[in-house]
Design a protein around this ligand. Structure first.
Ligand code: SF4
Length: 348
């Protein structure tokens, strides 16, 4: 049983982060933010696969100004990612962003942070203090372990915001190194009341990045730490959202779309289970319902798992037994496996 750390909820546009709210899945666009149409199109794709919050890079004033046009074309809240220049944050706020991410490693001067916080407060826009191990300021003692430096960098900026009576705060402490990230989050989780955005930075391509992200994010979630997640992948942002939900589903923290149970196949299988499971998985991407579908290779575990699912098949040579809600329905022929299974799924 996971007991979530208590955190002070904040609202980013229509989405609540922290408190008792479901853990939010977010991603970041990979388009040039100044290219409004491409950015809207990518966000629309993200909305379709369930992304609940999106962040865009704001490298210059043109990108900051583009936020107002992008906002008109999308339905989910938008967060502006700001580095180096506080004026980009002010412009992004004026353009209507729903949240800001600031990096204390490159915007730390109190008067600049103050200017941002005052405008953000007027507009009720939260700020994420996004510490990254790759861009730590010299705020903390460089002799300290990286995790402690990250925590110290965040605490300094939190204290500054609190001194300005600003508490719409969210915090992230990301590193590529998983134990460092876990240590940093565990440390700060007991020191502040604010919600935490968790993730492993620069995690890599899907093959390794999903594993690295899952190890870090899941460990934290299991400890009750984390109110919103972003899986960083060198891939389409859709992959990030799909991976994010799979992590949450694996820990029974959220339901989102179907769960596919498929056996790994072995020498007992008399049909190509790998090909069959891939075909079913592709079809299931079109389904929203939180159902369990089983594709099993033989009679050893097949009937048991298939019976436990909402719909399932346990295959034999050239045919399979179709199960629905624990009941054996009928035997189906191999050429009909995917079609029949999907018709049953659609009928649920
Ligand atoms: S269900 Fe059957 S085919 Fe699949 S891995 Fe288990 S024993 Fe092998």
């Amino acid at each position: 049983m996971i007991v979530r750390r208590a955190s002070k909820p904040i609202r980013i546009g229509s989405v609540t982060i922290g408190g008792d709210s479901p853990i939010v899945v977010q991603s970041m666009t990979k388009t040039d933010t100044r290219d409004v149409m491409s950015t809207i199109n990518q966000i629309k794709e993200l909305e379709e696969c369930g992304c609940e919050l999106v962040r865009v890079a704001v490298p210059d004033m043109e990108a900051a100004r583009a936020i107002s046009a992008i906002k008109r074309g999308i339905s989910i809240p938008l967060i502006a990612d700001i580095h180096f220049d506080y004026r980009l944050a002010l412009m992004a706020l004026e353009a209507g962003c729903d949240g800001l991410r600031l990096n204390p490693g490159n915007i730390s001067q109190p008067e600049k942070v103050k200017a941002i916080a005052l405008t953000a407060k007027e507009r009720d826009v939260p700020i994420r203090i996004g510490v990254n191990a790759g861009s730590l300021s010299r705020a903390a003692d460089p002799q300290l372990p990286i995790a402690q430096q990250m925590v110290e960098a965040a605490l300094q900026q939190i204290r500054l915001l609190e001194s300005l009576d600003f508490d719409l705060i969210k915090v992230s402490l990301k590193a590529f190194d998983v134990p460092t990230t876990i240590e940093a989050y565990q440390d700060i989780a007991s020191k502040i009341p604010y919600p935490l955005h968790i993730g492993i930075t620069e995690a890599g391509t899907p093959r390794t990045g999903i594993i690295r992200s899952t190890v870090g994010i899941s460990t934290l979630l299991y400890l009750g730490i984390g109110d919103t997640i972003r899986v960083s992948l060198t891939a389409s942002p859709r992959e990030e959202v799909i991976a994010g939900y799979e992590i949450l589903k694996s820990l029974n923290l959220r339901q989102h779309g179907p769960i596919l149970v498929s056996c790994p196949s072995c020498g007992r299988a008399e049909v190509d289970i790998v090909k069959l499971a891939e075909a079913v998985e592709k079809e299931l991407l079109k389904i929203d319902k939180p159902i369990k579908v089983a594709v099993m290779g033989c009679v050893v575990n097949g009937p048991g798992e298939a019976k436990d699912a909402d719909v399932g098949i346990a295959c034999g040579k050239g045919r399979a037994v179709l199960f629905k809600k624990g009941e054996k329905i009928r035997t189906i022929q191999e050429k009909d496996f995917v079609g029949v299974l999907m018709r049953e799924v659609e009928g649920l």
